[in-house]
Write a protein that binds this ligand. Structure first.
Ligand code: HEC
Ligand code: HEC
Length: 233
């Protein structure tokens, strides 16, 4: 059965008990940055994933919805074949979890029960995850659409443009002012390309940090082009 390895641990703890309280606990953990023991972490699962079939209106999230995620045959575009590994990838890389969640601990069990509760379809297909490897310029769109994209995709973490007011963490750079240093940091590279690379790769491909990457499914080149126009890049 899919997710079987994770389940073995869970059954040992959960035998004969109702799973409802565990799922409720899991729902609370899903929304709580304190799931990670790192004092520097401000992200919860809900920062990047909706639990509903589609994200709420006006939200563009880096991660797919986790509605129907529990029984997908694979995750992360086929790179992960165990659900707990798919979760731990986020936990360690984005949430600064010091060590991966183990199948036995009550937190994992609760999260699992919650993911099962929001996964009514046991035959749900895997979802695509297309990483833009080679960074290229994108055609610019309109600034007004870009303002919407900024609000939907970036503002939760980065706060208001130019000031960072309301940002989730002080570590999130003020946009677009952060690019002022780019001529020194990345001489000869157009500033827009550095931003495109950050959005498309997040912390990966040697970029660093703990921002998530945006796949083509999460953010189209068209919306990225509008966002760059809004940021005047
Ligand atoms: C900072 C953003 C971020 C946080 C926080 C985060 N994730 Fe993710 N997650 C992603 C991204 C980006 C992906 C890759 C795109 C995708 O497959 O959804 C991903 C992928 C996944 C997947 C695979 C989905 C699939 O079908 O491919 C699962 C499951 C998952 N995350 C669960 C979690 C859980 C549970 C938490 C909380 C413990 C969490 N994530 C926290 C960004 C995040
Ligand atoms: C889940 C939170 C989160 C979201 C959503 C997010 N970012 Fe970030 N971003 C960060 C954090 C934290 C940093 C600083 C650490 C790092 O570089 O990863 C950062 C850094 C950056 C940087 C600066 C890199 C540097 O140091 O030069 C740029 C540019 C950036 N983000 C652009 C964006 C844009 C554009 C969006 C919206 C499409 C976005 N981010 C969405 C968390 C986020």
């Amino acid at each position: 059965m899919r997710g079987a390895l994770w389940l073995v641990g869970l059954l040992a703890v959960g035998c004969g008990e109702s799973t409802e309280p565990a799922a409720d606990f899991g729902e609370a953990l899903f929304q709580d940055a304190r799931l990670s023991e790192s004092q520097y972490n401000r992200f919860s699962c809900a920062t990047c994933h909706a639990p509903t079939p589609t994200p709420p209106a006006g939200r563009v999230l880096a991660g797919h919805t986790l509605h129907n995620a529990a029984f997908r045959p694979s995750w992360w575009g086929g790179y992960e074949t165990q659900l707990l590994d798919a979760v731990n990838f986020c936990y360690v890389h984005f949430m600064r979890g010091v060590s991966p969640l183990t199948p036995e601990e009550p937190k994992s069990r609760a999260l699992y029960e919650y993911l099962v509760r929001i996964s009514p379809d046991p035959q749900a297909p895997a979802l695509p995850f297309t990483v833009v490897k080679d960074i290229r310029e994108v055609p610019r769109g309109t600034g007004s659409r870009g303002a919407e994209v900024y609000r939907a995709a970036c503002q939760d973490c980065h706060g208001e443009p130019h000031t960072g007011k309301g940002r989730l963490t002080e570590r999130a750079s003020v946009l677009p002012e952060v690019v002022r240093d780019y001529d020194t940091l990345f001489p000869g590279v157009p500033k827009s390309l550095v931003v495109i690379e950050k959005v498309r790769h997040g912390q990966f491909f040697g970029v660093g940090g703990n921002m998530p990457p945006y796949s083509l499914e999460a953010l189209s080149d068209e919306d990225l082009g509008a966002l760059l126009a809004f940021l005047e890049l």
